[in-house]
Ligand binder design. Structure first.
Ligand SMILES: [Zn+2]
Ligand SMILES: [Zn+2]
Length: 271
């Protein structure tokens, strides 16, 4: 949807021809848009523009080039060939797109596909922007675009062709320093795999520190990885796979143990 469809006048930001790629952003507050009607996205986009152009920001226009919403639509912000107010250091070299998600909002498959469609459009011969996808935090220290979206940036999900099915993996891409619900999920998995003690007194505190790293390493060792020092520092695809395998292995062990007890208690009569 173009800005003219929203009744917005032409954007007066200065000309730029960003050709180096696309930068992903989020909202620092959960918006719950995936669970609402698409009209809520239009309201969100209008409010964002009003905020960016209002007294607290005073920009000439909404800050971002585009938004990709949870329902799979791309909404125009500043649009093509405009300097942005999105990622200092990359406002004239990279286009920007916000997912309008908060730290624990889901990123939907439709939304991922909308980013891919946008990226494909930007790389068409008439526009010729590069297909590289980065996160806001690649430019300046910031939580943006959140751990979940940044994991998808890092593992190349947004750079894949549109239409390819995506399984969004919450734990993929987490690493020492990550925070939030996805880290908590990982810590609960470590506990389920039988290594909750490694997390220490704070338990599942949603912060990926050395204790969580050790928990990950122990999970990996448990399923046969060499699990050298550093193997718990980042949730690579192998690490996610092995943590999940550790949870499964532990669950099977517990079943076997309780199964044995059950057999003892309810042993069928001989003969
Ligand atoms: Zn941002
Ligand atoms: Zn929407």
């Amino acid at each position: 949807m173009f800005r003219s469809d929203l009744g917005w006048p032409a954007c007066r930001a200065t000309y730029a021809n960003p050709r180096s790629g696309l930068v992903i952003h989020y909202d620092s507050v959960d918006q719950g848009l995936a669970g609402k009607d698409h009209s809520a996205c239009l309201t969100y986009w209008r409010n964002t523009r009003a905020f960016h152009m209002g007294p607290s920001r005073g920009w000439t226009c909404i800050g971002y080039s585009f938004m990709s919403c949870a329902h799979g639509y791309v909404l125009e912000g500043r649009g093509l060939y405009k300097t942005q107010a999105a990622q200092p250091g990359g406002n004239t070299t990279h286009y920007s797109v916000t997912l309008a998600t908060g730290p624990t909002d889901p990123i939907t498959p439709e939304q991922i596909d909308a980013v891919r469609e946008l990226r494909r459009w930007l790389t068409e011969p008439g526009i010729s922007a590069s297909g590289t996808v980065l996160g806001h935090r690649d430019f300046v220290p910031t939580s943006c675009p959140g751990d979940r979206a940044y994991a998808l940036v890092r593992n190349g999900t947004f750079e894949r062709p549109p239409g390819e099915t995506t399984e969004v993996h919450d734990m993929l891409g987490l690493r020492i320093g990550s925070r939030g619900e996805a880290v908590k999920l990982l810590q609960l998995r470590i506990g389920r795999a039988g290594f909750g003690d490694a997390l220490g007194g704070t338990g599942a505190d949603s912060v990926y520190g050395p204790a969580t790293a050790e928990g990950v390493r122990l999970c990996r060792e448990y399923v046969g990885s060499r699990a050298l020092a550093g193997y718990g520092d980042e949730m690579t695809a192998h690490a996610v796979d092995q943590v999940e395998a550790a949870v499964t292995k532990r669950a099977l062990e517990r079943t076997e143990i309780s199964g044995a007890v059950l057999d003892g208690d309810h042993a069928p009569p001989e003969g």
